[in-house]
Design a protein around this ligand. Structure first.
Ligand SMILES: *[C@@H]1O[C@H](CO)[C@@H](O)[C@H](O)[C@H]1NC(C)=O
Ligand SMILES: *[C@@H]1O[C@H](CO)[C@@H](O)[C@H](O)[C@H]1NC(C)=O
Ligand SMILES: *[C@@H]1O[C@H](CO)[C@@H](O)[C@H](O)[C@H]1NC(C)=O
Length: 581
């Protein structure tokens, strides 16, 4: 479709605006460029439906979830249109900008996500930061003004203490000297890249929250692919650990028995709460196999010791946030940061994790090609932990039992009596992610072979099926990241038990998923699934220790906002506290 004709005809008013570069008129709104291909497609459909929408918007007043425009073009396009066609303060849809390959588009009004994101960024270097608001629905969960102010403070701290600043250089010198003598201007948490991508996203958010709570600066080990997956989240200074950091070659080798391991030093009574001569760095082993002494990290008493150590190097494969909520020293601050407690990962995830342009291309092309036109998007994330070659019939039975029973998908009429499509026929898009392609093939066939009882049409799409999890391969992880993000753009989400992949999707999407119970003994569980209590991820390996009484305790029964997880009876998750106990 040749857009240039439209451009000339439809935007006479754009010319004076555009030619005001020499300063008569107020500066035009901030603009950015959507990837040329993606935008052309959005614009093409936008132009086609524009007159239609204008008509409909007269018939149906605005507001309400079921705006016809949303259903017609999918919310991505609707959002692009919103700034112009539907709002009073319309600016031209397209301009006569000489560069026709990538027409500028106004930033969506909420592109800073209600103040969550800092504004001082270069747009081209990370398109997703600016465009996510076009594709995602506006979150009903607003970040607290306190969280916003603490993030801005953090950004200032990061700028002052980030790599190669005067303070960084000075604090680095302590590592070489060995001792943590005197207080330092800046203190750090170094996050070690460890485990699968879903876990890494959860642990990085946990480490950032810990940094925020303890006024430390977060620095990120690049691992093999971190730079290919995520944009820089903080303005001005990188969050990446410099490659000449003195411990950089030891990071992957740190373990429970390392001499500078906090738990190990406690165990061997090398340090204790009255030790003054603390080392310049400590290694915190918080991975699932951590020992009792490592777990003392979650005791306030130990935090006062750790506060004196300038460098904390952290390795974990777990979302440890729930246990921070059980620590009296952090509890009050956490309540101020997150008045709605179950929004921790939702906000921090949207703040920290912006897909690189390469990954953003994977996300937006897939979205536009398969999902944008649907009235409803259903994400189904399948992760099977049973050994053997799938697809397993009991898993398929479980997926069907859950989605049909919960009325997430329509039943099919196996007698095949084809009715004429009803008036309000809906198009549903199922986005399925799995290492195996068998489940989506079966579902797709079912909806091809039989009509649905209500006449709805169901399309089933699966971006990739890699057969086994490849932890550190670059394109594999870029696709995995794209899939998590796409799942988070669903209206309704179904996830598998124990899967961090699903946790990331639900948190970014602000969705309480239906969780497929873990099958036991290779049979579909009954009931097949349940609705999650909150959108927070589950901490799979929490400590069960009462720091004051120095005895074991059920940490899932202490406060109403930290509970055992739906999908793992010994795990802990944060819930809003408003839900039934
Ligand atoms: C910090 O050290 C690096 C070399 O290690 C140097 O290039 C940089 O200029 C130093 N920064 C400051 C602010 O002195
Ligand atoms: C604390 O550690 C020091 C060595 O750093 C040791 O001399 C002292 O006995 C320890 N105190 C306790 C109460 O264990
Ligand atoms: C597992 O399933 C088999 C039949 O498939 C049954 O004989 C066995 O008792 C079951 N085991 C348990 C622990 O439920």
């Amino acid at each position: 479709m040749d857009l240039s004709a439209f451009r000339r005809r439809s935007s006479p008013s754009a010319s004076p605006d555009r030619s005001s570069a020499h300063g008569f008129l107020p500066a035009p709104p901030r603009r950015f460029r959507l990837g040329a291909m993606g935008l052309n497609r959005i614009l093409a459909s936008a132009l086609l439906v524009l007159p239609l929408i204008a008509t409909i918007s007269v018939l149906y007043p605005r507001g309400g979830e079921q705006r016809p425009s949303d259903r017609l073009v999918g919310f991505a396009e609707a959002r692009v249109l919103e700034g112009r066609a539907l709002d009073g303060n319309a600016t031209p849809l397209v301009s006569d900008d000489t560069d026709s390959s990538s027409p500028p588009v106004d930033l969506p009004k909420n592109y800073l996500l209600g103040g969550l994101l800092a504004s001082e960024f270069d747009e081209q270097s990370c398109l997703s930061r600016f465009q996510s608001a076009i594709y995602r629905k506006i979150s009903p969960h607003k970040p607290s003004s306190y969280l916003i102010s603490r993030l801005r403070e953090y950004e200032k701290l990061h700028k002052r203490c980030g790599p190669y600043t005067h303070s960084y250089n000075e604090t680095l010198a302590k590592i070489n000297s060995g001792k943590a003598i005197g207080s330092t201007d800046c203190k750090y948490v170094v996050w070690i890249s460890f485990s699968g991508l879903g876990n890494r996203i959860l642990t990085l958010a946990s480490a950032f929250l810990y940094a925020l709570l303890t006024n430390r600066v977060l620095l990120v080990d690049r691992g093999k692919d971190m730079v290919h997956l995520f944009c820089e989240p903080f303005p001005d200074k990188s969050w990446l650990l410099p490659t000449d950091f003195p411990l950089v070659n030891q990071l992957q080798r740190f373990d429970q028995n390392s001499p500078k391991c906090h738990g190990n030093m406690l165990k061997n009574n090398i340090i204790n709460t009255s030790t003054d001569a603390l080392p310049a760095y400590l290694y915190l082993h918080l991975a699932h196999d951590y020992g009792d002494h490592d777990k003392l990290f979650f005791c306030d008493e130990e935090q006062t010791v750790l506060a004196k150590v300038p460098w904390l190097v952290l390795k974990t494969d777990n979302y440890f946030v729930p246990s921070l909520f059980l620590m009296p020293s952090f509890d009050e601050e956490l309540s101020k940061l997150f008045p709605d407690k179950e929004t921790v990962f939702h906000h921090l995830g949207r703040y920290l994790f912006h897909p690189t342009n390469r990954v953003w291309g994977l996300i937006t092309r897939y979205y536009q090609a398969y999902l944008a036109k649907a009235d409803e998007k259903i994400g189904i994330q399948v992760r099977v932990f049973d050994v053997g070659k799938g697809p397993f019939p009991y898993i398929m039975d479980q997926i069907l039992a859950c989605t049909l029973k919960e009325k997430l998908l329509p039943e099919v009429d196996e007698k095949g009596s084809i009715n004429s499509p009803p008036e309000n026929q809906k198009l549903k898009a199922v986005l399925m992610t799995s290492l195996n392609s068998g489940y989506s093939e079966k579902l797709r066939n079912m909806y091809w072979e039989y009509p649905t009882v209500n006449g709805d049409l169901v399309g089933v799409y699966q971006p990739s099926h890699e057969e086994y999890q490849q932890t550190e391969k670059q394109l594999h992880n870029q696709k995995a990241w794209a899939e998590m993000y796409l799942l988070g753009m669903s209206d309704v989400l179904v996830t598998s038990s124990w899967s961090t992949f699903g946790y990331v999707a639900q948190g970014l999407g602000g969705l309480k998923p239906w969780i497929l119970y873990k099958p036991e003994n290779r049979t579909a569980p009954d009931p097949p699934c349940r609705r999650a209590m909150s959108m927070e991820p589950c901490f799979h390996a929490p400590p069960f220790y009462d720091c004051k009484a120095k005895t074991g305790i059920d940490t899932g029964a202490l406060v109403r906002y930290v509970r055992h997880c739906e999908d793992m009876s010994w795990g802990l998750k944060v819930v809003s506290g408003r839900d039934e106990l």
